[in-house]
Design a binder for this molecule. Structure first.
Ligand code: NAP
Length: 263
């Protein structure tokens, strides 16, 4: 459904921004916007046991689909939605687009650029974890850098040895041969060390983009390790930008000068 979105002509300090988060970019953006005097409500899914602190107001938990999100936007008089969720968080982005259309609330999507394959990279591009689970050869030693919600498809591959890295422990049945590492992505040398130490033959990961988790990709390149790279879903938002500066200029266009610089 096409529609015309009208920018509300409010002074910046009166505008309320709903920032759909759960990413480093969203937390940084909340910091920048609050420092400029904007009011943000950062929305988290509530999956992480101990989320990092975020500037501004934080709310946690789902809305109950598009209907619930639309109700929230209207009830809270939200003037702008910034969807800064993870590139693979497909459902919440789809809900945000629909709720924005329904409520006629402006929406901008902040999505970090995808990693680009370099000539030395041994990538096989795939679309789903299930495909990776099928493609891993018997006897492989696979490093799953996927997070705990995405490892269920590997459950039946008892002929593969898995090293699984995640932040919080998994709550699903796991394959016979596995080792869990509760940790965040590391620097280049440590990633190389991990891949060598566990004699990894295959890395399975999503093309999340960004710098924080890129070092494992560099390490796989350095050690000539095969990568089963899960490609991103097609973005649903109409207006997509890649960095906080572009979001800020959009916010200024909508609401005018930030209150801090106007003082
Ligand atoms: P998803 O599949 O797109 O969303 C599933 C449901 O979780 C949504 O329908 C919504 O529930 C709720 N939800 C998701 N993000 C939310 C948010 N920011 N605020 C409030 N509710 C939210 O999302 P996902 O892939 O499970 O990811 C969940 C969160 O983790 C996202 O915020 C994302 O940014 C972050 N994250 C995801 C990944 C990843 O690999 N997918 C990686 C790092 C961080 P209702 O329908 O009930 O509203």
């Amino acid at each position: 459904m096409s529609q015309t979105v009208k920018a509300p002509s409010l002074p910046a300090f009166d505008c309320k921004i709903l920032l759909l988060g759960g990413t480093t970019e969203a937390a940084k953006l909340a910091q920048v916007l609050n420092a400029q005097g904007f009011h943000t409500i950062t929305s988290l899914a509530g999956r992480t046991a101990t989320p990092s602190p975020v500037d501004g107001i934080v709310r946690s938990g789902g809305y109950g689909g598009t209907d619930g999100l639309s109700t929230y936007i209207l009830a809270e008089s939200i003037n702008l939605i910034i969807d800064a969720t993870h590139p693979f968080a497909k459902q919440i982005s789809a809900n945000a687009r629909q709720a924005a259309d329904r409520t006629r609330c402006p929406l901008i999507r902040l999505e970090r650029p995808a990693w680009q394959q370099q000539p030395q990279d041994l990538w096989q591009l795939i679309h789903k974890e299930e495909e990776a689970a099928r493609l891993l050869p018997g006897g492989a030693r696979a490093f799953l850098a996927l997070g705990r919600q995405h490892i269920a498809p590997f459950q039946s591959r008892d002929d593969v040895h898995f090293i699984m890295r995640m932040i919080d422990p998994a709550e699903v049945a796991l394959p016979l041969n596995h080792q869990i590492i509760l940790a965040k992505p590391m620097g280049f040398e440590d990633e190389c060390d991990l891949l060598r130490r566990h004699k990894i033959t295959h890395l399975v990961c999503r093309n999340s983009g960004g710098t924080a988790s890129y070092q494992k990709i560099r390490a796989a390149r350095e050690l000539a390790i095969n990568v089963l790279m899960i490609e991103r879903p097609t973005p649903v938002a109409r207006h997509i930008v890649e960095d906080a500066e572009a979001v800020l200029s959009f916010v200024y266009q909508l609401f005018g000068s930030p209150p801090r610089s106007a003082c």
